[in-house]
Ligand binder design. Structure first.
Ligand SMILES: Nc1ncnc2c1ncn2[C@@H]1O[C@H](COP(=O)(O)OP(=O)(O)O)[C@@H](O)[C@H]1O
Length: 185
């Protein structure tokens, strides 16, 4: 069983291979949530706050300093009311997460999305392979209690809308279980 946190607002992790729709889901969820939720795009935070050891030209990505990321996020996670949007999740301590959503996408569709984003071929191939090999879902399942990990398809706008309304329902149930009313933040 996952440990019950004392937070009034949950920490929701939205993870998945790059291009599966994490930011799109997190933005819509922040708009539709019944309680305020701050969307934290961890990749953007790494860039803005310099939580890295430099940029890898070959892979066109930052070499992330995970300790710095954890130090930066710890106070926010303790407070709750955040959506953590990142392509990996196993660095986040188990006690942080109330819900871990893993987005999935058909690999040919994912390839197109990453091509449109202008990723180098090598990076498209690496991510495409990771999606086929279930890398992120396996990582989530081995890092968190089974009952808080949810795998959701993200291939069209209907998926986006139904996924977000499902998470909204989950937030309502999470708060009700803890005896919070809609007015009480
Ligand atoms: N469920 C979906 N339906 C339609 N388009 C989507 C969906 N999820 C993502 N996309 C599109 O795929 C691209 C990548 O989405 P994004 O949210 O930036 O992915 P990520 O944050 O996982 O890298 C965007 O152009 C977005 O509009």
């Amino acid at each position: 069983m996952a440990e019950i946190s004392s937070r009034k607002s949950p920490v929701i992790v939205i993870t998945g291979t790059p291009g599966t729709g994490k930011s799109t889901h997190a933005q819509l969820l922040a708009e539709e949530s019944p309680i305020p939720l701050k969307h934290i795009n961890v990749g953007d935070l790494v860039k803005e706050k310099g939580l890295h050891d430099g940029f890898d030209e070959e892979w066109q990505s930052y070499s992330v300093d995970e300790d710095k990321v954890l130090d930066e996020l710890e106070p926010l996670a303790s407070e709750g009311g955040i959506i953590l949007d990142w392509h990996t999740c196993d660095i986040f301590p188990e006690r942080w997460a109330d819900l871990v959503v893993v987005l999935r996408c058909d690999h040919t569709q994912l390839w197109d999305r990453l091509e449109k984003r202008g990723y180098p071929l090598k990076k498209i191939q690496e991510n495409n392979e990771a999606e086929i090999m279930n890398v992120v879902i396996d990582e989530a399942r081995s890092s968190y209690a089974e009952e808080i990990v949810v795998e959701l398809k993200s291939e069209g706008t209907e998926d986006l809308e139904s996924n977000v309304s499902r998470i909204v329902q989950w937030i309502q149930a999470w708060r009700k279980d803890r005896g919070f009313t809609d007015q009480e933040m």
